[in-house]
Design a protein around this ligand. Structure first.
Ligand code: GLC
Length: 632
């Protein structure tokens, strides 16, 4: 049962599709203080858990930390971080009393989840206009389903988006792409997509192609398609400010870029240098930006990833001037340690500064709005620009789209990826922990940069990470410019990679069917064990295993130099080790087990009385025989 409570006059966020009438705010079941800030607080039991918050650091059970909803261009996904790229304001409290809470509020929120006080949750909204949704229910899964009905059906990508995908910031010329395609083929490694990072553009300008690198882009795209490879270009939020560049000229003429206080275009620096930020909160600007994707779809492109849309600001022109001034002042002084730190702060502080986010404006239907008050909608509305256009132009399930920044609501038009992680073992586990949380918030098509974005990857790290990635709807290997090459064929035992990737294709019919069911029913593809075994005190503590669909449990290995791991079975299950064509099965009883898993194997647990289908391995989704299945 969902109840809605409205405070002040909230802005339309498009998060909710089901229209409900607001209850009087006095009857809100939790403590509520209103004013310049809105504070919701409540006590929870000692052993109660709090789930949700989507893309965030730390555990599946969010207890014990303070998180922030503030879409952030944050490359260090360490435990001290309060905010990452998405703002997913939904939690489920699980104790004797169970309930869900969705805070539909587009600016900053602080979630103190038993951080300041052991048994208290305190949620502070930095503003006084919001819609609050309180959901009563019997089970965590049921509450989540009800919430998902409220926010509408999750995005379903084209079928081929379930294939394996290779990406790298640094593939520049078309020969690089041919090389990636052919090397996968030669090594018996399946592949469905290759990503085009900012290098494909002319001077990092959105919706342009560098013709020196790609003399005939259209033929290049169709040549790749003929080999069953989809090319997926990146689109960044900022539009290079350059007269003569038609996208900028048009946006400028129509007044579609965000303005500063004086009504001048807000200027900031990202990859192309100085850019204008399209005003995605303005309906006309949004439609205009969406229609720009046509330049690339006309050339055969059918997938995109939207980036830097928190929005990421390397600096603003004003902020940089201020920093320069500070440095000039300091230069004239004898430098003591405090002025040294002052200098450091002046330089580092120019990036993604609150001062900048507070200094530009959107022109919405309801009038001028300061960016900081709607910050968390920016990336979601960029995504909406694209997904509305694709829907109108091609219909649903035709175009692949996922975004870095997001807000609930964007889950209807796109997926997300988890941004710039590191080639660290701990990030395999972080990847796993985020899956159920983002599923709760509607994002089903998701995944992390497999192998890690920053830092150098190793063979064993990639193999173990892929053994988790075979289950995630988005299965993409991506890395940063200048890091060690990490395509599957770059390592010593290419055949081990072929074995692991073959498992993905064997599982696609099962994963796809499960994905569709979860989208249709508002269900989660990945769940904490606690959701399925609420009376099992051990299962409730498990943070490194997940339930997948109604049939399976997964427990990847996420530590180096380990030949296996301990796995807790909340019921009797069958351990299945998959590797290439090989299937090894072993019945295990409820309890704790040490299981050994080779680097070339993918472990999977099938629940008692359940079965899953397997296809024969294939080198791409077009060649996958979805009708010839065996069951295990
Ligand atoms: C951002 C993205 C990353 C991309 C890079 C260059 O850091 O998160 O995936 O490779 O920009 O475009």
């Amino acid at each position: 049962m969902i109840k809605k409570y409205t405070i002040g006059s909230p802005i339309e966020t498009f998060a909710v599709v089901k229209k409900l009438t607001s209850e009087p705010k006095e009857s809100f079941p939790l403590s509520l203080e209103t004013g310049e800030k809105t504070v919701i607080s409540f006590e929870i039991g000692e052993n109660d858990a709090v789930y949700g918050l989507g893309e965030a650091s730390r555990g599946i059970n969010k207890r014990g930390w303070v998180y922030e909803s503030w879409c952030s261009d944050e490359t260090n996904h360490t435990e001290d971080k309060k905010a990452l790229y998405g703002a997913h304001n939904f939690i489920v409290v699980s104790g004797k009393k169970k309930f869900g809470l969705f805070v539909d509020f587009p600016s900053k929120i602080e979630w103190d989840i038993c951080y300041s006080k052991t048994n208290e949750v305190k949620i502070t909204l930095f503003g006084g206009d919001a819609d609050l949704y309180y959901i009563d229910g019997e089970t965590e899964r049921g509450i989540t389903r009800e919430f998902r009905e409220l926010i509408g059906k999750s995005y379903i990508p084209p079928f081929w988006a379930f294939g394996y995908q290779q990406s790298c910031w640094g593939y520049a010329k078309q020969e690089d792409f041919f090389g990636v395609r052919d090397s996968h083929r030669e090594n018996n490694l399946p592949l469905d997509c290759i990503y085009m990072d900012i290098d494909y553009m002319d001077a990092f300008k959105d919706f342009t192609v560098n013709h020196e690198l790609f003399p005939d882009f259209e033929s290049f795209v169709s040549d790749m398609k003929a080999h069953n490879i989809h090319l997926i270009p990146i689109i960044d939020a900022g539009v290079k400010k350059q007269t003569g560049y038609s996208v900028y000229d048009e946006g400028h003429e129509k007044g579609y870029f965000c303005k500063d206080e004086d009504g001048n275009e807000f200027e900031c620096g990202v990859w192309p240098g100085i850019v204008g930020l399209p005003d995605f909160l303005n309906k006309d600007a949004r439609e205009w930006f969406g229609s720009q994707y046509k330049t690339l779809t006309d050339m055969g492109i059918d997938g995109f990833w939207n980036d830097m849309n928190e929005p990421a600001l390397f600096y603003s022109v004003k902020g940089l001037k201020k920093a320069h001034k500070k440095l000039d002042e300091l230069r004239k002084k004898d430098i003591d340690i405090w002025s040294f730190f002052g200098m450091k702060d002046a330089v580092l502080g120019v990036q993604n500064s609150m001062e900048d986010y507070s200094s530009f404006y959107h022109s919405t239907d309801g009038g001028r709005v300061c960016h900081k008050d709607v910050h968390n909608l920016y990336g979601a509305f960029m995504t909406k620009a694209a997904s509305d256009f694709f829907e109108k132009e091609f219909g649903s399930e035709k175009t692949l789209l996922f975004s870095r920044a997001s807000y609930i609501g964007a889950h209807r038009g796109s997926g997300i990826w988890f941004g710039d992680n590191f080639s660290w073992w701990s990030h395999i586990l972080l990847n796993l922990k985020m899956l159920p949380s983002v599923n709760m918030c509607g994002f089903l098509y998701c995944g992390a940069d497999l192998g890690g974005f920053n830092n150098n990857c190793t063979e064993d790290l990639l193999l173990r990470w892929l053994a988790l990635g075979v289950f995630t709807p988005l299965m993409r290997n991506h890395r940063a410019l200048g890091t060690r090459a990490q395509e599957a064929y770059q390592f010593e035992h290419t055949e081990w990679f072929a074995d692991v990737l073959a498992v993905r294709y064997r599982l696609i019919p099962y994963l796809y069917k499960t994905f569709r069911r979860c989208a249709d029913e508002g269900d989660m593809m990945f769940r904490p064990l606690a959701f399925d075994y609420p009376d099992d005190e051990i299962a409730k503590q498990v943070e490194d295993q997940l339930m997948l669909g109604d049939e399976c449990m997964i427990a990847p290995i996420y530590e180096q130099n380990k030949n296996g791991r301990y796995v807790y079975l909340p019921e009797d299950m069958t351990l299945v080790k998959l590797s290439g064509e090989k299937i090894e099965k072993q019945k295990l009883s409820k309890g704790l087990h040490y299981i050994e898993v080779k680097l070339s194997e993918v472990p999977l647990f099938i629940r008692n009385g359940k079965q899953i289908p397997l296809a024969a391995p294939a080198l791409n989704t077009a060649e996958l025989r979805r009708d010839e299945l065996i069951f295990i």
